[in-house]
Design a protein. Structure first.
Length: 221
């Protein structure tokens, strides 16, 4: 039968649990630069400061070899069983969970420091000091580096030049009026097409743009 509403438990990564047989006299919780001490013997209200910083929890107690009035329950494991279990999970890369019933303390933790010695009180007892640190689970976001099948190509902002097929009766002057509303813009058509027009009829060298023929395709700049 437990003597207190407060029970100190470790829930280990392998699914097993260990309950501490002797409550510590003091539990120290550090939230960054703010420290909080809870007197277990005369424990009244427990206040845990909610802070974004990971909490550090430390306390000291004993693993007794025999049952005595300071123990919370009977038939507990031998002191070295507790020591070996804590040391095993201290080296583990998986967090344990530290729980104090009757309080808000229920945190995943890593075992940062664990010091112990035998025989400080009674023969066979092991006194210890332990420091725990709150463990924060981090979800790593995966970034898909593969190109999406729906990736759209960048639009081609280059506008293709307009073209026009010469018909019977067309002249550069007529076409300039048609496309630019100004027959004096015929030189623009000439400059865009003069190589093709001269190749077709050498007379265009002396009389630029006078000689165009049906079926020719002109660029309209």
């Amino acid at each position: 039968m437990s003597k207190s509403v407060y029970e100190f438990w470790f829930a280990w990564p392998d699914g097993t649990k260990s309950r501490l047989p002797v409550l510590p006299s003091e539990l120290n919780i550090s939230n960054g630069s703010q420290n909080e001490s809870i007197n277990i013997a005369g424990l009244g209200e427990v206040t845990i400061i909610q802070d974004p910083a990971a909490k550090t929890i430390s306390f000291s107690s004993i693993f007794p070899a025999q049952y005595s009035p300071i123990c919370e329950y009977e038939n507990f494991s031998a002191p070295w069983v507790f020591v070996e279990r804590i040391n095993m999970f201290k080296k583990s890369d998986k967090p344990a969970r530290f729980i104090v019933t009757g309080t808000p303390i229920n945190y995943p933790v890593t075992i940062e420091d664990f010091n112990y010695k035998e025989g400080e009180y009674d023969v066979g007892d092991i006194s210890y000091e332990i420091t725990l640190k709150e463990f924060r689970f981090v979800n790593i976001r995966k970034v898909d580096t593969k190109p999406s099948a729906k990736t759209t190509q960048r639009p081609n902002n280059q506008t293709k030049p307009k073209t026009y097929m010469v018909k019977k009766g067309d002249t550069l002057w007529v076409l300039a009026r048609k496309f630019y509303n100004d027959s004096s813009q015929w030189k623009k058509l000439w400059e865009a097409n003069k190589d093709m027009l001269i190749k077709r009829d050498k007379r265009n060298i002396k009389q630029p743009g006078h000689w165009i023929y049906p079926g020719q395709v002109l660029k309209i700049p």
